[in-house]
Design a protein around this ligand. Structure first.
Ligand SMILES: [Zn+2]
Length: 275
């Protein structure tokens, strides 16, 4: 299994429970992180200089992946910021890199490891982060190119076609629920995040397009511990900290995915990415 994700923390805050579940069951789980997280936020109380952030986050990432049980790979790009952010102008930013080169890196991992199941962000990037969308773009291209003997011959690796491609996706129904919670807390769900540029009401994937529901309650604790390693990123802000752990476990006990390949019809449901 290969997960291609944008930032150090996406592997834990995102499909961490699923990655841990398959690692536990003996699957070789490869986690490729595209960027260094240099444009990320720094959680309150952390005395980390902006220039050190990428270095510190790499240490957090290594610790988290060790807990999840995967093998870590880095695509080696600089973090891009949200749309309009200054970091997007940087020549080394992931979104400014040559697309073919990025696709080649993912094809190489697929061919080297004979990956059966590929996982990445969906076409909205979850919340329209350019790096997430870029991951979707290059990984989808790599999924199709890896099995083509005429593409990327310079890698000198035999072609290998993975069986399945999944996109991480949050169902609209769950987003609607978060919107209600935010309003109850007196926050504006249309102005969330550090720069107040996340409009929660615009996020989420229609429920009928969510094809895979993975029960992560057995690996919930592993996900929580891996997330906690990302201290500069708040250590798992995806959970509601004002709620007791058992409530969070009930609320977030499932990770959900769209199946892009083989194409699945609306309403199709499965509970195992290897079925
Ligand atoms: Zn991210």
């Amino acid at each position: 299994m290969l997960a291609v994700l944008a930032h150090p923390d996406d592997e834990s805050f995102g499909p961490g429970g699923t990655l841990a579940k398959y690692a536990q069951s003996g699957v070789n789980v490869h986690i490729a992180i595209a960027t260094d997280g240099a444009a990320g936020s720094i959680a309150e109380g952390h005395d980390v200089a902006r220039e050190e952030l990428a270095y510190v986050r790499d240490g957090e990432l290594q610790a988290a992946v060790k807990i999840l049980g995967g093998q870590l790979h880095r695509l080696g790009y600089r973090d891009s910021g949200m749309k309009g952010d200054q970091s997007n102008q940087h020549p080394d930013a992931f979104i400014n890199g040559e697309k073919r080169e990025a696709v080649r890196k993912v094809v190489k991992l697929i061919r080297q490891n004979q990956t059966q199941v590929v996982l990445t962000h969906d076409e909205t990037g979850g919340y329209f982060h350019p790096d997430h969308i870029r991951c979707w773009d290059i990984t989808t291209a790599a999924f199709h190119a890896a099995g083509d003997p005429d593409q990327f011959t310079e890698l000198e690796l035999p072609p290998f076609q993975p069986h399945k491609l999944y996109y991480t996706a949050i169902p609209k129904s769950r987003i609607d629920w978060f919107v209600k919670i935010q309003r109850l807390l007196g926050r504006d769900p249309q102005k969330l995040g550090r720069n107040q540029d996340i409009d929660l009401t615009k996020l989420g994937i229609p429920d009928e397009r969510i094809h895979a529901h993975i029960n992560i309650r057995p690996t919930w604790e592993i996900k929580r511990q891996a997330s906690a390693e990302h201290k500069t990123q708040g250590g798992g802000g995806a959970f509601f900290r004002f709620l007791p752990n058992w409530v969070n476990k009930r609320l977030f006990g499932q990770e959900t995915f769209m199946r892009a390949q083989p194409i699945a019809v609306d309403g199709y449901r499965e509970s195992d990415l290897f079925s």
